[in-house]
Ligand binder design. Sequence first.
Ligand SMILES: Nc1ncnc2c1ncn2[C@@H]1O[C@H](COP(=O)(O)OP(=O)(O)OP(=O)(O)O)[C@@H](O)[C@H]1O
Ligand SMILES: [Mg+2]
Length: 268
Amino acid sequence: MSVVAVANQKGGVGKTTTTVNLAAAAAESGRRTLVIDADAQANATSALGAQSSGLYLYDSLLEQADLSQCIVSTPWPQLDAVPSSMDLVAAEIELASRSEREYVLRGALSDVAGEYDLVLIDCGPSLGLMTLNALTASDAAIAPVQCEYLALEGLSALLETIRRVQMHLHNGLHLLGVVATMYDGRTRLSQDVAAQLRAHISSTFDTIIPRSIRLSEAPSHQRPIIDYAPRSRGAEAYRELAEELFDRLSALPPSTLYRGRIAGGVSR
Ligand SMILES: Nc1ncnc2c1ncn2[C@@H]1O[C@H](COP(=O)(O)OP(=O)(O)OP(=O)(O)O)[C@@H](O)[C@H]1O
Ligand SMILES: [Mg+2]
């Protein structure tokens, strides 16, 4: 099993779209998959049509519930979710004074991670405490990058944060790769950004996510693309990305994060 954070502090680059559709593609291929919505905007929660039971990620982080109680099934087989809510903004503040505050999500996940083949964490557009919690709880991180002007600007801050997390908080974190999103092959700009990404970041995924109306429409129907438009280019791209993700995950050393699960402890 693997836990993967989908992170980029830049807003609107395709984190949620990637989380939701990658998760749905993984589930379609038979992998038991959990999406954790770690963004107070709760976009992944609504894009998946996940109906909360009244318990949210916030409740688990604040120890008002076990994470397992916050998990809900989605309308899609093999795909579960931990919904988010606006309260998550407050969690960030309430956790700030806690000891071990960067490892709260890891602790919460230790009881449930083993139930899944893949856990994807949708991060919000910040490098704050919630995103740090996502990174320390993960075996790997992937960073969606929009094929647009200035796309590479914020990337160095993200890469630096990941390096700092690796040095100080969680040396087992792997930056699995960067995913080029909203690629429009008709524009020179998209082609240039994709080429620059490849040139500067060797771990850039081969799969490129095209800009597609269908992908932007699917969330308003609360359906992942593989259900909303199963034969569309966007659906095919996310299926391909899922296979590439699993290939890369299988090349990583076994997760050390949750092996203490059976003994009841969190290994660090
Ligand atoms: N490949 C795509 N083609 C067309 N539209 C897309 C694509 N990917 C994302 N979008 C649209 O772009 C907007 C931003 O995408 P998304 O919400 O996934 O980004 P995000 O990084 O999660 O944003 P935030 O930082 O606010 O959480 C959304 O309206 C989404 O539907
Ligand atoms: Mg988002």
